[in-house]
Write a protein that binds this ligand. Structure first.
Ligand SMILES: NC(=O)c1ccc[n+]([C@@H]2O[C@H](COP(=O)([O-])OP(=O)(O)OC[C@H]3O[C@@H](n4cnc5c(N)ncnc54)[C@H](O)[C@@H]3O)[C@@H](O)[C@H]2O)c1
Length: 254
């Protein structure tokens, strides 16, 4: 086994949520590893910036301005890829409300983006891989929220737990075709999602999160992107149905 196992030259990857944060870092890293990267997001400006970063570094990127809750938009975007080797379903939103104050519309919105958006991406990717006889890799984005019951994170945690169940079930169903499906469950990572916009509160939150980690720090988008690259590449050829936790050791489940 050499570092060549991480080489994605000649492969095509599709990344949702690619306009910022973990999705952008993953798209850039997959491109650095040699993949042609299809970047999808509802944020057109952020998409353009990610594609520019990839192209300026000598990589190949295409953009798809879409909403992951629209199955037809996702279907058309995936169909436009001549071949699909990697799907990284990363787009997601945060929502926080105590259980007793959670409204139906909050739960619906979070499930729509964080679960159904991932489900649609997984379905379209698996169909494309099966049709092309590609032994591909699907990477979903869960969260450290699956390992805790942190106050306020009911909708978010439920959606991410559903993503894990989807990941395991799909892995069992498509494994015999050589398609692998794994989830990444990051701990607190410094991205626009976790940005409080108020410097003092941001510093307080980061210090609190860092203290919870044996490594004494929070995550950077690149920490998570490396987990995505591992699962996307042949380096993880014998790994499927698993949850990889780049979380600084905050949670250590069996
Ligand atoms: N940052 C963290 O601490 C952390 C921890 C665990 C898991 N995650 C997960 O990682 C993923 C990326 O999060 P991030 O921190 O980079 O957040 P982010 O807000 O920086 O990025 C999320 C991206 O998803 C896009 N997006 C949101 N809804 C969309 C939709 N309906 N259609 C298309 N695109 C949409 C946004 O435009 C944005 O570019 C999310 O699934 C998040 O839940 C983040």
């Amino acid at each position: 086994m050499t570092v060549q196992a991480y080489d994605l030259t000649g492969r095509t990857a599709f990344v949702t949520g690619a306009a910022g944060g973990i999705g952008r870092a993953s798209a850039v890293l997959l491109a650095q590893a040699g993949a042609t990267v299809h970047c999808a997001d509802r944020d057109a400006q952020g998409l353009h910036e990610t594609a520019t970063l990839i192209k300026d570094a000598g990589g190949t990127a295409r953009t798809h301005h879409l909403d992951v809750t629209d199955r037809e938009q996702l279907r058309q975007a995936v169909a436009s890829c001549a071949r699909l080797d990697v799907m990284a379903a990363i787009a997601g939103i945060m929502h926080s409300s105590p259980v007793l104050e959670t409204r139906d519309e909050d739960l619906d919105r979070v499930l729509d983006v964080n679960f159904k958006g991932v489900l649609y991406a997984c379905q379209e990717a698996a169909r494309a891989m099966l049709a092309g006889s590609v032994r591909g890799s699907i990477v979903t984005m869960a969260s450290g929220a699956i390992d805790t019951g942190r106050p306020g994170l009911l909708c978010y945690g439920v959606a991410k737990a559903a993503v894990v169940q989807l990941t395991k079930t799909l892995a069992s169903e498509v494994g015999r075709h050589g398609i692998r499906v794994n989830a990444v469950a990051p701990g607190w990572t410094r991205t626009p999602m976790t940005n409080h916009h108020e410097a003092e509160e941001q510093a307080r939150t980061e210090a609190l999160m860092a203290r919870m980690s044996p490594l004494g720090r929070v995550g950077e988008p690149e920490d998570v992107a490396h987990a995505v690259l591992y699962l996307a590449s042949d380096a993880s050829a014998f790994t499927t149905g698993q949850i990889l936790r780049p979380n600084g050791g905050v949670a250590m489940p069996w």
